[in-house]
Design a protein around this ligand. Structure first.
Ligand SMILES: *Cc1c(COP(=O)(O)O)cnc(C)c1O
Length: 423
């Protein structure tokens, strides 16, 4: 099957032709390509075309595609059986690495970031005896009902500020504040502190494009909820093990931290953790129910352990940061040369090009971006063999499998694409 054949068959099988909305390329107005294979920094589509990949499976692949150590670990695990529904040594192997790297006293493995944040909220509600949660406009925490309120990511580009099918009774328990807005947080807690169970936040917002947090915002997040007896949930599903080995250190005083993506090395995973006495509220030791047929799956645990072993000495982080800085510089040069009304944000190996003159500080500003210009840029880059995330509001990821050669090629493509984008 070529690209068109896969696309047409998928359209008859899956709603919108995909199994996750952003893959439809709808927000960049193009036809999605079907990927048949990945190798290091590259993906290959069903027409045989090669692309330098910056989607990286939307975050997990910090070592690039089909990393040899990860693949070997999965192969070995698969030969011993794919699932048991029982305690396994593999869970201990990844659990030890995870707790040692993060300082979380207890963790629980789940199958997705969505499950991690959903359960973290259930835990926070049980721990505080309160119902209301606070999230920030444009932060995405997966697709649990109560978190699909003004979420970013695919929800952002589809223009669904709320999902249909979420009862008002549930959405009404989620308060939404602007990201990076200390005053809004303070005011919320002055007025509703006693009802609020938890604040959930992306330690660095990466689902409205990359919007770095201010120092003042990070400080307020770690102070204000605590003063009012509410918990802080750090959503590190993207940032965990992406910015450094372990949690990002942006919110070291969080009560619960959620992980996913990189710790599963491209297999389905999530995890959350915190202090032992708080985590003890979870079943079977406590009254908060949570379970999973495939949680702690042996293939996932083996892949995750291989990933963490490859990251532990920190070399990868220095390397990806250097490459991403190079990409950032190239994008800035392309913006200057084309006199484009665009800006770049970067943290470590995460990069976003916004078609907006100044980098946004919140979702309202991010949404002022010229998404039509981004769509033209995306198409022009795709033609030139660069696979960018198909939305203005997704972050680009540089992996350790990229090299200067790929970044240079991307820089040349970006110089040309920028002219087409701004016309
Ligand atoms: C991807 C993501 C999630 C959801 O993870 P899934 O595995 O897709 O369910 C949650 N929070 C953040 C910050 C994410 O980027």
């Amino acid at each position: 099957m070529n690209n068109a054949e896969v696309r047409e068959a998928a359209a008859q099988l899956f709603p919108g032709g995909v199994n996750s909305p952003v893959r439809s390329f709808r927000s960049v107005g193009g036809a999605p390509v079907a990927i048949v294979r990945g190798e290091g920094p590259y993906v290959f589509d069903a027409d045989g075309k090669r692309y330098v990949d910056y989607i990286a499976a939307f975050g997990p692949l910090i070592l690039g595609h089909a990393n040899a150590a990860v693949v070997a670990a999965i192969e070995t695990a698969a030969r011993a059986g794919t699932a048991f529904g029982a305690l396994t040594p593999g869970e201990v192997e990844l659990g030890r690495r995870l707790t040692a790297a993060t300082g979380l006293e207890r963790v629980r493995f789940v199958n997705s970031g969505t499950e991690a944040t959903m359960t973290a909220i259930r835990l926070a509600r049980a721990a505080t005896g309160r119902d209301v949660i606070v999230k920030f406009d444009g932060c995405y925490h997966g697709h649990a009902d109560g978190l699909l309120v003004k979420a970013g990511s695919g929800v952002a580009t589809l223009g669904l500020s709320d999902s249909a099918g979420v009862p008002q009774a549930i959405a009404g328990l989620t308060a939404v504040l602007p990201y990076n807005d200390v005053e809004a947080l303070r005011t919320w807690f002055e007025e509703h502190g006693q009802e609020t169970a938890a604040v959930i936040v992306e330690s660095a917002a990466a689902n409205m494009g990359l919007v770095p947090p201010s120092e003042a915002f990070l400080a307020a997040l770690q102070l204000i909820p605590r003063e009012h007896g509410a918990l802080l949930i750090a959503d590190e599903v993207i940032t965990g093990f992406r910015l450094r080995y372990g949690l990002s250190e942006l919110l070291p005083r969080a009560d619960i931290s959620c992980l996913g993506k990189i710790i599963g090395a491209g297999l389905p995973v999530g995890a959350f953790g915190g202090r032992a006495e708080l985590m003890a509220l979870l079943a079977p030791s406590g009254p908060v129910y949570q379970a999973g047929t495939l949680s702690g799956n042996p293939l996932v645990m083996a892949a995750g352990a291989a990933m963490l072993d490859a990251l532990a000495d920190g070399t990868v982080y220095r390397r990806v940061e250097e490459l991403a800085r190079h990409l950032e510089d190239a994008l800035r040069a392309a913006i200057r040369r084309a006199e484009a009304p665009a800006s770049v944000t970067r943290m470590g190996s995460m990069v976003t090009l916004f078609f907006r003159p100044a980098p946004p500080v919140d979702y309202a500003q991010a949404r002022e971006s010229d998404t039509a210009a981004f769509a033209r840029f995306h198409r022009a880059m795709l033609e030139r063999g660069c696979m960018l995330p198909p939305s203005q509001f997704e972050t680009w990821f540089v992996s350790a499998a990229h090299s200067e050669a790929e970044i240079d090629a991307t820089a040349r493509a970006a110089h040309e694409a920028m002219r087409e984008a701004v016309l």
